[in-house]
Structures are given as C-alpha cells and as structure tokens.
Design a protein around this ligand. Structure first.
Ligand SMILES: Nc1ncnc2c1ncn2[C@@H]1O[C@H](COP(=O)(O)OP(=O)(O)OP(=O)(O)O)[C@@H](O)[C@H]1O
Length: 336
C-alpha cells in the first residue's frame, strides 16, 4: 500500500482578470482548469507542457502565492486553501520554491547569512551565532563552504547562487520543494551538478519535488512520475517510463516528438507527430478538448466535451482515444 501523499491538489482552478475592453466586461483568463495531482514523500513529480500551458500558475497557486479560484491543496494532511494569516505562514514552511533565475531571486544587498537565515529567525527565533551556525550547516549541505556567510550574491557564480537559493528553500526542512525551471538558466555542466545535488538532497532528507521544466531530457532523468499540461488542463500523468516510452495522450506524444534528435539522418527518417496548428484562444476556450483542433485522431466527441481522466496502460489520461504503444516514443528514446 502506498503512503499518504505529502501534497494533494484537487480541482485547482486559477483565473486572471482579462484585458479591459472598450465595451462590455473583460472575460477572465482561465489559466488553470481543474488540475488534480498528488506527490508522495520523497517523490519527484515532473510537470511539463508548452510555454503558457499553466505550469508556473499551478506552482504559485498551490503555494498560495496567488489565490486559486477553486480547488483544495492539502499539504501533510493540512488544507492549505482553508488557512489564513499566521496559520498559513506556519503551514507554508513545509513547501518552498526554487526559481529559475538565481540572479533575481536573491536580494543583491543581503549577505548570504541573512538570505538563508531569514526564515530561521522568523519561524524558529534563531539569532546571532546560533542562526549563523545553522546557516553554515545548510551551506555545507548544498556543497558550499560555511565561510561564505559574510558574502553577497554578486560574489558567486550562477550555479553557486542556485545552491544558495536551494539552501534558503531547505532552511525550514520542508516536505516539498517546487523547482520552477530551477536549472534552466544554467549551462549544461552546472545543470548536471545542481541536478545531482537535488537528487542527493532527496535521498538525505526525503524531500519531495514538483519539478517544472521545459527540458524533457532533464525531467526524464530526475522524475519518478510526470504530469503533462496543455492549455491549463492536466492531460496525462504516468510514471517516467510510461510517459516517455508509451505516451497515451496524442499531445504527450507530439510534445516528445518535437524534441530534435542530434543526428540529422535519424531526424529525417523519424516518424513524428509534430505540434502543428494554433493553440486555442485562452479568452475564448473551446468547450471540448483544447487539443482537438491540433489532433490527428480527434472525433466529434472530442470537440463536444473535455474527456474525463481514465486509467490506460498504467497511466492516467484525459483522452477519448488514448494511443497504444506510441511509435514516436521510440524516436525520443533514441535521441537520449
Ligand atoms: N498575472 C497574469 N495575468 C494574466 N495572465 C496571466 C498571468 N500569469 C500568467 N498568465 C497567463 O496564464 C497562462 C499560463 O501561464 P504560465 O506562466 O503559468 O504558463 P507556463 O506553462 O508556466 O509557461 P512558461 O513555460 O512560459 O513559464 C498563460 O496564458 C499566461 O499568459
């Protein structure tokens, strides 16, 4: 029997106010529609999808950095969506975020000791030497020497700054860390080091990750399971093997086959399901599956109603005609 999930998201909806029109009311932008997912302790769930599919909005809403319009977020058994004020701040200790850009996410005027130690002061009342000793431990945990305490972010490389951001995220020993494109701004060798660090920390601390990335090779490497988003909807969730080797949703297959293969001969001979066609207008969404207009398998049912999730060959997929043994996945496997 599986453990209780550390994070459960059910029916998450997020809307933004639409652009004001000259006449009439502005239609809201429904950026996230009915997203449900769960993460087990110590598990890494990858979250992928094209730009604008809603990945960052899911992350920000589940941390209550923006208010969801509907849905429930349960963190370590506690309903985050029902909490306010100090109760919310306390519960949020358990979920922290690492952002893409370590240059802008760290305060340039703050010493590393203050950046990493702030949460320890606020939540645990640690001060002075006691706080700094804990910060030095955290720096060592992320592979930096403890004596970096008295330095400013500009004195570090991009990779070292991301290590500082990770140390800050881990200060309160969270159960979940959301990594939103956390390695995307780094060069490949630094990326590999940070990924190795995240994997090591997961082993040591049993922390779970929601790992958002547009880099499918990185997601494949780090994730246990992968969730695929399209146009604000989750369309498929499965183990990393299922998603990459037997994608069931035509969108997942197209997304994977859009990854170029380095060898031009193999690239030319490859059977692809290229992502062609326009993404629907987010202000006037279609009533059925939003991928139907781009999907070679779409039927009338697809344009009528968004399909419910169903189990298919071990994954969970929102599609009326999930694919069997999708051939493009083989091409993706070859590209690795
Ligand atoms: N503050 C906002 N106001 C209005 N619309 C927004 C706002 N933030 C996001 N959106 C819209 O919500 C949708 C989802 O955006 P989001 O940034 O979550 O996508 P994403 O999958 O994270 O994309 P990317 O990979 O480019 O970061 C997009 O249509 C975006 O334009």
């Amino acid at each position: 029997m599986s453990e209780q999930p550390v994070l459960e998201v059910a029916g998450l909806e997020v809307s933004f106010p639409g652009k004001k029109k000259m006449f009439g009311k502005a239609a809201p932008i429904r950026a996230v529609k009915g997203v449900s997912l769960s993460i087990q302790p110590g598990e890494t769930l990858g979250l992928v999808g094209e730009s604008g599919s809603g990945k960052s909005t899911v992350a920000r809403a589940l941390m209550r950095l923006i208010e969801p319009a509907a849905g429930r977020v349960t963190l370590k058994g506690e309903d985050l969506t029902a909490l306010k004020g100090s109760a919310l701040r306390k519960a949020r200790r358990n979920i922290q975020m690492v952002f893409q850009d370590p240059y802008s996410s760290l305060d340039p005027s703050a010493l590393v000791a203050d950046t990493v130690g702030e949460a320890l002061e606020v939540h645990e009342g640690l001060k002075g030497k006691e706080r700094d000793a804990r910060v030095a431990e955290l720096l060592e945990l992320v592979g930096l020497a403890g004596h970096h305490l008295e330095r400013y972010p500009y004195e570090f490389s991009g990779g070292q700054r991301q290590r500082i951001a990770i140390a800050r995220a881990l200060a309160l020993n969270p159960a979940v860390v959301v990594c939103d494109e956390a390695v995307s701004a780094l060069d490949v060798s630094t990326q590999n080091q940070i990924i190795g660090l995240l994997e090591g920390l997961r082993e040591k601390l049993n922390v779970a990750y929601l790992f958002i990335s547009h880099d499918l090779a990185v997601v494949r490497h780090i994730s246990d399971r992968v969730a695929v988003m399209y146009f604000g909807h989750l369309v498929e969730v499965g183990t990393v093997e299922q998603i990459f080797e037997r994608p069931a949703h035509p969108y997942t297959r197209a997304l994977l086959s859009a990854v170029p293969i380095a060898d031009p001969v193999r690239q030319r001979g490859r059977k692809t399901a290229i992502l062609s066609g326009e993404i629907p207008d987010i202000v006037n969404p279609p009533k059925g599956c939003p991928f139907a207009s781009r999907c070679e398998f779409a039927t009338d049912a697809c344009t009528e109603k968004m399909p419910e999730f169903r189990d298919h060959d071990g994954s969970s997929v929102a599609c009326y005609h999930p694919l069997e043994n999708s051939p493009t996945s083989e091409a993706f496997a070859l590209s690795q």
